[in-house]
Design a protein around this ligand. Structure first.
Ligand SMILES: Cc1ncc(C[n+]2csc(CCOP(=O)(O)OP(=O)(O)O)c2C)c(N)n1
Ligand code: SF4
Ligand SMILES: [Mg+2]
Length: 347
């Protein structure tokens, strides 16, 4: 007698997609590279948030980090640009189609060395997109030279000491008006998940600096971007949880235990205090906290700053709701009569 075995039901998210719909190609990065963990978090977070992958556009520059968008969201749009020029490409694409959810992945070299000018203008504009910096303190792809985020006194494998002070991309982003600024560690799964999900819900630019060790060129003693350095020096500001808008939020919480920040789509960033009082809506306090941590050699992680009120670049430009890339010529080009009138006025 034959029995029919019913396969177990497939696990899907709230829009009915399996996790495989959020995966990308197999990674070609080194085993143990922090960037691979960040790609895994991307897959999990977009799946759990139920984002339609075809509404996402991934952008990157050049570097091991910039290769990583190939390893998640294989059904999304993607553009791998020139080194340090990803912000201009992302800005153009998102202006042409404002309905896309932009996800930029950059490196510390791509952002803070060659791409600094582009990065700072993206921040100034509050371009609505997620901007992840996979920060390992070196140019991994070109064999481990110091980048502009390498800490003063940090040592290369060859023994060379870095004698220049670092740029802190979070401090720069805070200074120039970013509306969501966070720092995390590729080895801190829970924190990075909550930060990425909040960034998906955020209405504005989210700058996320993730310390992401390069196991091949910058994971030795004397490096300040290694796994062991981060284990000893990471100082989480708070414990984070993200409650999406489609989930029941009626969990019993004792008064004073957590602070909720309501995001644009109604979801909540739930912040549980650790050792200190920290208000992530106070920009000056965030800057002071970063400076204090730097003077103590600590790496402060968590949501440093969030501002849900500032208009985005798309709002400032007063763009039409429809993607301008799909408008017919009759709507985007003045008629011959209008052009003739303009010419007449200039006579
Ligand atoms: C215009 C230009 N200048 C220099 C290079 C060489 N180059 C390729 S990747 C890279 C640095 C990558 O470092 P980072 O952005 O930190 O990425 P990682 O590989 O560390 O993830 C450099 C200098 C290039 N490809 N293009
Ligand atoms: S060289 Fe470094 S940054 Fe590049 S893939 Fe290998 S571990 Fe990652
Ligand atoms: Mg790097």
């Amino acid at each position: 007698m034959s029995t029919t075995v019913t396969p177990p039901p497939k696990k899907v998210n709230h829009i009915g997609l399996e996790v495989i719909s959020y995966k990308g190609s197999k990674t070609t990065l080194c085993a143990g590279c922090g960037h691979n963990s960040i790609s895994e978090r991307m897959v999990e977070c977009f799946y759990e948030m139920g984002v339609e992958p075809w509404t996402v556009a991934k952008f990157s520059g050049i570097g091991c980090s910039s290769k990583s968008p190939a390893y998640f969201l294989g059904l999304s749009h993607g553009f791998n640009g020139v080194h340090g020029r990803m912000p201009a490409i992302a800005t153009g694409a998102l202006l042409a189609n404002r309905t896309l959810l932009g996800v930029g992945v950059s490196g510390d070299g791509d952002t803070a060395s060659i791409g600094m000018g582009q990065f700072i203008h993206l921040v100034r504009r509050n371009m609505p997109m997620i901007y992840v910096i996979e920060n390992n303190g070196v140019y991994g792809l070109t064999k481990g030279q110091f980048s502009a985020t390498a800490d003063l006194g940090s040592k290369l494998k060859s023994g060379v000491i870095n004698d220049l002070p670092p740029f802190d991309c979070c401090a720069l982003a805070l200074n120039w008006g970013a509306t969501f600024v966070a720092r995390s560690f590729s080895g801190d799964k829970k924190q990075l998940q909550a930060i990425l999900k909040t960034a998906i819900a955020h209405h504005g630019l989210s700058v996320i600096d993730v310390i992401s060790p390069c196991v091949t060129f910058n994971d030795h003693e004397g490096s300040t971007k290694s796994y062991s350095y981060m284990k000893d020096h990471e100082e989480p500001l708070h414990e984070l949880d993200f409650v999406p808008s489609f989930q029941d939020i009626s969990v019993e919480i004792a008064e004073g235990e957590v602070r909720d920040v309501r995001m644009h789509d109604g979801s909540l960033l739930r912040i549980r205090k650790l050792h200190r009082d920290y208000d992530p809506t106070d920009r000056l306090a965030a800057q002071a906290a970063l400076e204090d941590a730097e003077s103590k050699g600590e790496v402060l992680t968590g949501v440093l700053y969030v501002n849900t009120a500032k208009p985005t670049f798309l709002e400032l430009l007063n763009l039409v709701d429809e993607p301008i890339g799909t408008l017919p010529e009759s709507k985007t080009r003045p008629s011959k009569a209008v052009l003739d009138e303009v010419m007449e006025e200039l006579r």
